[in-house]
Ligand binder design. Structure first.
Ligand code: ATP
Ligand code: MG
Length: 183
């Protein structure tokens, strides 16, 4: 866990220096979702969370940084499991919309207050919900995830209701924009 926090902090430092770089290549989404499913199966089972993948029969290949996209999806699915009480449900859906790839990660967990929905994307911000303080986290995951999405020319947004659940939407263009010019 410490290694991951240090890694996240280094990446945040890179964002701030304008130095977070993408290593572009072809990203095979069938393999990405297969890995994601394998990576979280046990954790979901242990917490008695039903983890559902609702995926299309055919997957596109998109241009981007596989490791960083994986990191982003890991945080979204990890959060959904962390912030949903036992017995809950987490659903990962993927579809294409024009030239965009849309991934929804929906949970029926504790939710987020409207006034905190933007703040949770700030680094180190954790919701002021009593149920959050007992769950470990450094508040870096979403800051990094959103930066990765934006570097690809996409974004992450959230819709949520307290005690009903949250849906995080990752949008990625199939073909990312050219590399950001060096500052
Ligand atoms: P880490 O750095 O380990 O990811 P974290 O999970 O606390 O720590 P973020 O992933 O950036 O950090 O999330 C920030 C905050 O947003 C969380 O602390 C939590 O308050 C809120 N949050 C994120 N995802 C959810 C979710 N699915 N349901 C409810 N609250 C959420
Ligand atoms: Mg997190």
């Amino acid at each position: 866990r410490l290694e991951r926090i240090v890694g996240d902090m280094l990446s945040v430092a890179e964002i701030e220096a304008g130095q977070l770089k993408l290593r572009r290549g072809d990203v095979r989404l069938d393999a990405v979702f297969a890995d994601l499913q394998a990576d979280f199966r046990e954790q979901a089972e242990q917490k008695e969370i039903k983890l559902i993948f609702d995926l299309p029969p055919k997957f596109p290949v998109i241009g981007g940084d596989r490791d960083k996209i994986m990191l982003t999806l890991h945080n979204l699915v990890g959060n959904a499991i962390k912030y949903t009480p036992a017995g809950g449900e987490v659903t990962v859906r993927m579809h294409e919309e024009g030239s965009n790839l849309i991934v929804d990660v929906a949970d029926n967990g504790i939710g987020i207050k409207a006034e905190e929905a933007e703040l949770i994307f700030d680094k180190f911000y954790r919701a002021k919900d009593k149920r959050i303080s007992g769950i470990t986290g450094s508040g870096l995951g979403l800051a990094l995830a959103r930066e990765v999405a934006r570097l690809h020319g996409g974004d992450i947004t959230v819709r949520s209701q307290v005690d009903k659940g949250s849906t995080f939407t990752l949008q990625l263009p199939a073909a990312p924009p050219p590399l950001r010019a060096a500052a």
